[in-house]
Design a protein around this ligand. Structure first.
Ligand code: NAI
Length: 328
């Protein structure tokens, strides 16, 4: 099977080359460019394409891939909100993903953001480098015995609940389905209650019509003053303009974001001044209590190996016509 691999970074190539030694039936061609309608024709002559969260797997791309004979799209991600699933079904293109490669990788990053915001680590780091050893502007609060509100208790949210519990926090959660494995130390509450009582709110639900902009000015107003908000899920769970309004209202002690609404446009890869000037992400960065990382929650050695292994196994399963729990 020949796979065209889009948007290759050196770490992707390393982890896939290591794992592919165990899959001799698979041959991979690595491309730096991402998958968009303009680059989809390059897939001619391949059996499958491998895409990422940044790829545009919308209707136009799928039509072109279909014309070029592609019947399998391998997503090396858990999220699939960048895929037009209805179109894929119509065209008979199979979409497979990597559902849970390392929930702990993302949850640990969410907690890293929460702690870094709380204890102003980015500010402390810069101050000390400039020989300023004063503590002004660095005051945080104990997480111990405070309330963590986890929205979405699937694989990553569950790992986050465990971490918060380990820090001695009271853990409450909101989900449309309750996870019985958490019953010993997590109390499920309504979204309203979670917003009202949490000192730390961390988002771990997928982006869907029902969760789009779930954090907006109305939900922000319901939060406690001095709350820390962390989003490692998808940017559009948060309405950025409203978040900025909330920050201006001094609602937040800190905001930690690994994902942001403009991500799909790769706004920070093209660092032209004009784009940055009109970017809500750049506006967010102007606030001293906001910390943004570049969608790196998944980025650990363990997670990258697991992503490569599962993606290659998905390809083999598709090649053998097997059903899989990783079909989207
Ligand atoms: P999952 O599918 O295991 O869990 C999602 C949970 O959200 C489920 O329990 C579901 O019932 C719940 N949910 C659905 N609708 C909801 C709603 N309206 N309100 C509250 N909860 C709702 O997914 P997993 O693996 O835990 O991933 C969560 C998200 O994390 C993914 O959708 C993805 O967007 C993001 N992610 C981010 C990464 C990063 O590098 N920053 C890496 C991997 C995933």
């Amino acid at each position: 099977m020949k796979i065209l691999f889009y948007d290759t970074k050196s770490y992707d190539k390393n982890s896939f080359e290591k794992e592919s030694a165990n899959y001799p039936e698979i041959e991979i061609d690595y491309l730096k460019t991402d998958l968009v309608p303009k680059t989809a024709p390059l897939a001619e002559g391949f059996d499958a394409v491998c895409a990422f969260v940044s790829s545009d797997v919308g209707a136009d791309t799928l039509e072109i891939l279909h014309d070029k004979g592609i019947r399998l799209v391998l997503l090396r991600s858990a999220g699939f909100n960048n895929v037009d699933l209805e179109k894929a079904r119509q065209l008979g293109i199979r979409i497979m993903r990597v559902p849970g490669y390392s929930p702990e990788a993302v949850a640990e990053h969410a907690m890293a953001l929460a702690l870094a915001c709380n204890r102003r680590l980015y500010k402390a780091y810069n101050k000390v480098r400039e020989n300023d050893f004063s503590l002004s502007g660095l005051m945080g609060f104990n997480f111990y015995q405070k309330t963590a509100g986890i929205i979405g208790t699937g694989k990553i949210g569950t790992a986050m609940c465990r971490i918060c519990h380990g820090l001695g926090m009271k853990v409450i959660a909101y989900d449309v389905y309750e996870n019985p494995s958490l019953k010993d130390f997590v109390t499920y509450v309504s979204l309203e209650e979670l917003l009202a009582v949490s000192d730390l709110i961390s988002l771990h639900c997928p982006l869907m019509d029902t969760t789009y902009h779930m954090i907006n000015i109305d939900t922000i107003r319901k939060m406690k003053d001095g709350v820390i908000l962390v989003n490692t899920s998808r940017g559009a769970l948060v309405k950025t303009d409203d978040l900025i309004e909330g920050i201006r209202m001094h609602k937040f002690a800190g905001v930690g974001l690994d994902v942001y609404e403009e991500e799909t446009h790769n706004v920070f890869e093209d660092r032209s001044d004009e784009i940055l000037e009109h970017s809500t992400t750049a506006r967010l960065l102007s606030f001293p209590n906001v910390m943004i990382t570049s969608h790196q929650g998944f980025f650990t050695v363990e997670a990258l190996s697991a992503i490569a292994r599962t993606t290659l196994q998905n390809a083999v399963d598709a090649l053998q016509g097997k059903e899989s729990g990783n079909d989207v």
